[in-house]
Design a protein around this ligand. Sequence first.
Ligand code: C2E
Ligand code: CA
Ligand code: CA
Length: 897
Amino acid sequence: MDIQNNFFSLTQPLCVREALSGQVIYAAPEDRPVLQQLPDYSVFAVFETLPNDLELFLGLVTAEQVAVHPDRILVDLLPKPAPSPLEPDTPVAVAKRRLEVERVGALPVLDEDGRFVGAVTLLSLLEASVARESLLSREGRHLLARCREEHQRLVDHTSHLRDFQNASKQLLQTVVYTHAEREVVQHGIEMLSRLIGARYGAVALLDEKGGIEDFVYAGLGSEAADRIGRLPEGKGLLSLAVLGKTGTLRLEDMAEHPRAVGFPQGHPPMRSLVAALIEHQGECYGRVYLCDRLDETPFSAEDEALVKEFATTLAVAVKNSREQERQREGEMQLKIAAEVFSQSAEAILVTDADTRILMVNQTLTTITGYRSEELVGKTPQIFSSGHHDKAFYRRMWRSLHENGQWEGEIWNRRKNGSEYPEWLHISALTDDDGQVSHYVAVFSDLSRLSVRQKGMERLARFDYLTDLPNRLVFHAELRHAMLRTRFNGKYTALMMLDLDRFKTVNDTLGHQVGDQLLQQVAKRLRHCLRQRQAPRMGDVVARLSGDEFTIILNDLTSREDAETVARKILSRLQAPFVLGELKRSVTASIGIALYPDANTETLDDLITHADQAMYHAKQAGHNGYRFFDSQVHAQGKRRLMLENELYNALDREEFELYYQPQVAAQSGQVIGLEALLRWRHPEHGLVSPGEFIPILEKTGLMIPVGEWILRTACAQYRNTVRALGAREGEVTMAVNLSVHQLTPRLPGLINALLEESRLAPHWLKLELTESAAMGDPEGSMRIFGNLKKLGLEICIDDFGTGYSSLSYLRRLPIANLKIDRSFIADMTWDSEDRTIVNTLITLAHNLGLKVIAEGVETKAQYALLREYGCEVMQGFLFGRPVALSQLKPLCFAASPD
Ligand code: C2E
Ligand code: CA
Ligand code: CA
């Protein structure tokens, strides 16, 4: 505008009164001008009509402002704050300066009284100035011509702007009607190219990572567009235009640019370029660029500004379109989720981060019996059954924290109090910051699985033959058990049990009988263990293959616990199995490995160790158990210690006899006592006979100790009778004999002892285990015969656990059978044991033998045994073994009720 500046300095001062615009339109504040019908350089003078019909001038609105916001009414377009008006005699140069500095299109001219005189615009100022000057010089006329050009440019610009605003508006509207981002962009680039008059336009859309997602062209047929090869990424001018970080780029001749490397293959050759970022609120969606104006002129700064502004509009449009798409997807997902939620056959529960229940589905209310209103706001603890310990929940939470989910079987309680197992899956949902926002729990009621489903499930988890858990479940249980010991400080024992000589059974009696035997063994094993009240509690017995069973004992406090169970199992297995017509006893070998243990790290270690121990048990002769070596070692150490101590125990008078009453079933009278050996070790206290008697037997100490027992029992007989308040001969004294004492000199020894204490022989009874009696049948037959000649009664102890041959039993000079404790223990709930006991009693009676039942602990056992005709009973129900000094008169009520 140098010309103009020169010009203004040349002229005489000219006032704005003489340079008012001729295009002022008087309008009311609420008017919405229809711009198309008015000259582009119009100025709206906005007046408010006051009640007294006076008109109050409010301000000016230019056509340019209207073009930007074509929908607004004039009062909204008034500049705020309103520019201060010019006085009529303000010099034109001052007015022009103000127009430029304040960047307004027009300024009002008011008189002294504040009345509206008119408005000046840059154009009106120029025209007036030029008009006056043109009268004076040729130069003036020339200037006027230039001024008209300038004016025209301004007009063009305004109309351009108007078109542009319309285009933008349209573009934003297309977003409303079209969902696809690509359509919006296509529409946009076509409009922009048309507006600017470009031959070719393109938009490169970027994906979230800044890579090119899509190219949209205008001015090219789709065929031509398809022919364009890939952009040389990161290189060349187009890459710069497409991927460059610069806001805008405008070039007259691309070939002259330092980065010009030509166009991609198939790209039409082009010369000029204008490019801009499609950017809004710091988010970049891509680049737009136009090439070559149709009129061959280069792109102007205005074009560049338009492209830039249009790119911003496009950014808004793309953003809206993407948001709408996301929203639609979100809505759809919500709809699907809502459907899944309500229709699911599985129960679903959603809580907030504090585990407060937010919502539950229909299935959940059906399973638990709670209504939704009763649950919302509560925590899932409402379902707690109390079956699981703290460690269980700790592990659950740890898994949730670490992996975001947990899955497992859990016992919960319904509203009506009943408990049920459910298969539960919990996942933690996190928000954008990674914080847990919700927990979603999905579960199915395992107790309600359809029969078919249950059947399938059983097949997958249980052994078809024995119905015991299979290897799969066993592994899971063992893993769980091992984990558990880390939290509760107790032991888990793993037992490998292998039936001895099972192959022979299979081979000689056939597989069907073998199968039957396995089924019964499984049943007995199950009875030997603690019943499961809830999953993961109690013990587990599983069948791994053939005759190989495995047992997991949970929550043991010591190694001895495992020993006790092993012994129990071995003794239980020895009772004959009824296989159709046949009866058959089996024995087994058991290997035991404990966990935790210094030598055991993994689950496989534990299994291997139990296997090794089982192998050792087999080698040591069948029908026994062995601990894994490290325990054998420890056990050996204690055994060695006890052995050393036992050598002196007799001299140090550490042995005692305890006495346990035997009661007549019909009268409830005490009719006998059993003498039981006790070793009171000065440091270890009372040592169990189960532990030291085998050592006595092994070391040969049983002979002197056995003699001491017999002598002491005889010597104390009268005192025990007195303590019971009975008379001599009313009570018998039973003494246990070890197989090692069964020597030819035994009858002589006993005879001497009886004479020594002046006891009638029939007051003494001898108890000998079934297996001891059968060890050397001919030998024991002779000894027994001699003992019987002396007038002593002999009782077969622990009957039912050995292999008695009936014909032999018939020939033995014995008087009593003592049914083993293990049968009595289970007979009230195990019908098979009941049958055995009943049969044994009948059998004994047929042989003319009296029956004693040992280990009677309950009135129910007492009642049953009496019903079966058992004559004598012994057990905790009537009295525990006690020292002589503790023995008291007692009569158990004849009636068990
Ligand atoms: P046993 O001859 O079968 O002795 C009976 C065992 O059952 C005793 O265990 C007794 O305390 C226990 N008992 C009695 N009533 C009940 C009951 O109601 N419930 C339960 N659970 N147990 C009951 P103890 O005294 O520990 O003796 C264990 C074994 O040691 C005896 O089994 C016997 O084989 C051997 N033993 C004990 N004393 C002698 C002895 O003086 N000489 C020999 N050779 N062996 C002995
Ligand atoms: Ca006994
Ligand atoms: Ca016994």
